[in-house]
Design a protein around this ligand. Structure first.
Ligand code: SF4
Length: 109
C-alpha cells in the first residue's frame, strides 16, 4: 500500500493567503460576507487543489473546523456530522476537478 504524504499548504510561498491575516479565514459568527471574502483568496490560489487534499482528512475528523480552507467553509461542531460530511465532499470535488483540469490541460498540449 502506498502512503501519500500530504503537505501542509503553509509551506508554499506562492499561496495566496501568505500575507493575509489568518483571522480572515476564521470568520466570526459565520457571516456570509466574511466567508465569501476568505473564499475569494482561495479561488485564485495556485495551491487550491493541494490545500483541499490536505484539508480533507482534517475536516473529516473535525480537527479543522470553523474556518475557510481551500474555498470551503468547514463548519464547527454545531453542524454535526452532516455538515462536516458536506464540507468534506466539497473538498473532494475540488481535488477531483483539479486533477481533471490538469489532465485536460496536459491532454490539450
Ligand atoms: S487554498 Fe486558501 S487556505 Fe489554502 S493555501 Fe490557498 S489561499 Fe491558503
Amino acid at each position: 500500500m502506498t502512503r501519500v504524504e500530504l503537505v501542509d499548504p503553509v509551506v508554499f510561498s506562492d499561496r495566496t493567503c501568505r500575507d493575509v491575516p489568518q483571522n480572515t479565514f476564521f470568520p466570526p459568527g459565520k457571516r456570509t460576507r466574511e466567508i465569501e471574502k476568505a473564499k475569494s483568496y482561495c479561488r485564485v490560489c495556485p495551491r487550491l487543489v493541494q490545500c483541499a487534499e490536505w484539508a480533507q482528512p482534517l475536516a473529516a475528523s473535525g480537527a479543522l473546523a470553523g474556518c475557510v480552507v481551500a474555498a470551503v467553509y468547514l463548519p464547527g461542531p454545531h453542524k454535526g456530522q452532516a455538515g462536516r460530511d458536506a464540507a468534506v465532499a466539497e473538498l473532494a470535488e475540488i481535488v477531483a476537478y483539479g486533477r481533471m483540469s490538469e489532465a485536460d490541460v496536459e491532454g490539450a498540449a
